[in-house]
Design a protein around this ligand. Structure first.
Ligand code: ATP
Length: 202
């Protein structure tokens, strides 16, 4: 089974490409969704966070006090690293389970949609890195339109991330999503055809 790591920057079009890959029949793992659930109430991840930082980072009902934790990791780099390592470990464990299930079900390929794939060094855990790229002006426009964020906030978030240029050398395939969606979807279809061709000699 060919393992594809799908990545890209904020509002570059990862979810849009992931949706198309699902439509074309490939299983897709959503790392964002799993990381959101990793520290939900009652989870093993939340217990680890409470052990690392103390129960004062939980609310009265036993959920993560997200505002308090956000404040902590903003001021304390070590705490940020600890939190990230707890969450990343859980996400990777679940990704491995997902890949195991896909392999047992004989899928020719499976996709890990991981926004921070390269930042986490997980490019080494996949066979192919597929990068969704977008021109930065278009990226800002789409991020603002989608979330109603102010332009400066979007620019700040983009600047805080690893740049697209720095990610490009890791990519086996770059989907240029700066133009019409249909053009991107055609690129995606072609790559999926290639992968299936490799597996089935078509
Ligand atoms: P994030 O990781 O920040 O959540 P993402 O990389 O998953 O974002 P999407 O959610 O797929 O990106 O796309 C961001 C926005 O841009 C969405 O509103 C989507 O509908 C829109 N979009 C994606 N591709 C195109 C395109 N080619 N033309 C116009 N709009 C697009």
């Amino acid at each position: 089974m060919i393992v594809i790591g799908l990545t890209g920057g904020i509002a570059s079009g990862k979810s849009t490409v992931a949706e198309e890959l699902r439509r074309l029949g490939l299983p897709v793992f959503d790392a964002d969704e799993v990381s959101r659930k990793a520290v939900e109430k009652g989870s093993a991840g939340l217990r680890q966070v409470a052990e690392a930082f103390g129960s004062q980072y939980l609310t009265a009902d036993g959920s993560l006090d997200r505002a308090k934790v956000a404040n902590l990791i903003f001021h304390d780099r070590q705490a940020r690293k600890t939190l990230e390592s707890i969450i990343h470990k859980i996400v990777w464990q679940q990704a491995e389970q997902f890949l195991q299930q896909c392999s047992e079900r004989n899928f020719p390929a499976a996709v890990l949609d991981v926004p921070l794939l390269i930042e986490c060094g997980w490019q080494n855990n996949v066979d192919r890195v597929w990068l969704v790229a977008v021109d930065v002006q278009e990226q800002i426009k789409r991020a603002m339109k989608r979330s109603g964020m102010a332009e400066d906030d979007v620019k700040q978030r983009i600047a805080a991330q690893m740049s697209l240029e720095a990610k490009k050398p890791y990519a086996h395939m770059i989907f240029d999503n700066s133009g019409e969606l249909q053009q991107t979807l055609e690129q995606v279809q072609q790559e999926v055809d290639k992968i299936l061709g490799e597996k089935f000699g078509r």
